[in-house]
Design a protein. Sequence first.
Length: 367
Amino acid sequence: MKNFILLFAFALLVSPLFTNAQGCSDGGDEDGVKVIGFIQPQYEYQFLGDSVQKAMNGLEAPSSFYFNRARLGVTGSIPYDFSYYFLAEFSPTHSGPYLIDAFVTYKRFAPYLKISMGQFKSQFGLELTTPCQGLYSISRSRVVNELASPFRDIGVLLFGGTGDKKFLGLENENIFEWKLGITNGSGMNKYDGNMDKDVTARLIFAPFEGIGIGGSFRYGKQKPIQTGLPDDIRRRWGVDLSIEKGSLLFQGEYINGFDKGSSLVGGGCGSVPTIMKGDFNKEGFWFALMYTFGESFAPIIKYQSYQVLSTVSAAQYQQEYIVGLNYYFNDWTRFQLNYVITKDNLIDNTPDYNKQYLVIQVQAKFN
């Protein structure tokens, strides 16, 4: 760990020298090194009833300031066909520091084909593939946290799009985008536990500007939780829709999952998933509606639903309502407020257990 910190500090020290000498650009499209990252200081207040004393969401008390994410990295290009991306998590909330992303991309045949190798975000679904600093609600939906995990993995990713080519009489940029990942399936910073690899595929159809229709699929086998049994199976599929017209944005997503032998519970945004034995059928959806007034003020409403049927426990469910707002001071600084109302039976299988809490986040990013 000490060597990792020293290496990263050295990269930060030398990056301004490369920046001044060669220049930087968004996404590392030109030669040089570019420092990237963001911080998300956060405050949470939980409205707990008299009969409930235990704090939620991993907090030790129902009222606390903390860091959600604090990430720092570098990106750049190497003449003539390579680029690199490196990002680390430093937030104590997520037990940092540790490696988040580190991959090299070959782009000779862009935009039709690019190839990345290393550790990267799993290309499954709409909300997961939205960058953390670009989310319109402070947290991702429960169905995404559960069924799209592990959020990051090690392997190879092939991806591309149609670019500016006309297709089916349509003239929109990237009418079709595709992504195909072959990964360990064990999560970030871990070796594979068996000979099989997870396969994740995603296709996005954008017939017109502001409209995106996506479909995702993942299949993999993992080392069995019980010795002597066949490999555990995990299968996911999902569909999503995004429509942005003028100041109005609508997004929605449905994900279905089947686990045979064992199941991952949690594991989103740097958290360590819990492994549970048994067979599980899971599904859920979310949708959100946001309207932007001017260029700064954007209120949002969001609803999400998630349920689990298993051979080892009673059916579980969660419903959540979010009323929030986003205020953009500029391109780099944002204020978010979410009031969350949750109803579930996840606490000792207590039916209709109600929780309400308020979350405030300030984000500053640099690139």
